[in-house]
Design a protein around this ligand. Structure first.
Ligand code: IMP
Ligand code: MG
Length: 182
C-alpha cells in the first residue's frame, strides 16, 4: 500500500542490514570493557535504535529524549526545546547518541552540549544517515555513520513526512504529488 507513494528507493533493506552489522561491530570494538548509555532522539531514531542495539555486544542501557527546534518548518533556528528529557543521569557515563539523520547539525549540537554540561564521561554520535552538504555547524561530526546521502528529503525506517512512512522497511524518496497534496 505505502509503496505507491514512493518514487524511488534510496537505501534498500539489504543496505540497511549491512550498515547495522558494520556499525554494531565498530561500536562493540570501540567500547570494549565499557558500559554504554544509548540515547535515542525521538521519534525518528526509534526504529534504527531498536535494530542497532541488537548488533552491539556490550552492557547497554537505553534512554530517549524528544526535542523540537524553534523556527518554521523548513528552517530551524538552532534553539532547541526539550519535549521529553532523559530518565537517567548521564554523569560519568559513556553516551552514544543515536539519530536518524543529520542535516544542519543544529539539533545534535544542542544535545551534545547539554550532555557535556551534565558531565558525561564521553559523548559520541551514531547516525543512520548523514547529509554532509547541508551541514551548518561544522563541529558536529558523527563518530558512526550508516550512509551519506545527497540533499534530498527521505522517508522510511523511522523517518517521516507529516508523521507518516516511519514504518517503511527501507528509505525512499516520495512522489512529488505527495508533497503537493500537503
Ligand atoms: P538538523 O538539526 O538540521 O540536523 O535536523 C535533523 C532532524 O531533521 C532529523 O532528526 C530529522 O527529524 C529531520 N530531517 C532532516 N532531514 C530529513 C529528511 O530527509 N527526512 C525526514 N526528516 C528529516
Ligand atoms: Mg529527528
Amino acid at each position: 500500500m505505502l509503496e505507491k507513494d514512493i518514487e524511488r528507493v534510496l537505501v534498500s533493506k539489504e543496505e540497511i542490514d549491512q550498515a547495522l552489522s558494520r556499525l554494531g561491530q565498530d561500536i562493540t570494538a570501540d567500547y570494549e570493557g565499557k558500559d554504554i548509555l544509548v540515547i535515542g532522539i525521538l521519534r525518528g531514531a526509534a526504529v534504527f535504535m531498536a535494530d542497532l542495539v541488537r548488533h552491539i555486544d556490550a552492557y547497554v542501557t537505553i534512554d530517549f529524549m524528544d526535542v523540537s527546534s524553534y523556527g518554521d518548518a523548513t528552517q530551524s533556528s538552532g534553539e532547541v526545546k526539550i519535549l521529553k528529557d532523559l530518565n537517567s543521569s548521564v554523569e560519568g557515563k559513556h553516551i552514544l547518541i543515536v539519530e536518524d539523520i543529520i542535516d544542519t547539525g543544529r539539533t545534535l549540537h544542542y544535545i551534545v552540549g547539554l550532555l557535556e554540561h551534565r558531565k558525561a564521561a564521553s559523548v559520541r554520535i551514531c547516525t543512520l544517515l548523514d547529509k554532509p552538504e547541508r551541514r551548518e555547524i561544522a563541529e558536529v561530526k558523527p563518530d558512526y555513520v550508516g550512509l551519506d546521502i545527497p540533499n534530498e528529503f527521505v522517508v522510511g525506517y523511522g523517518l517521516d513526512f507529516k508523521q507518516r512512512y516511519r514504518n517503511l522497511p527501507y528509505i525512499g524518496v516520495l512522489k512529488p504529488a505527495i508533497y503537493q497534496e500537503a
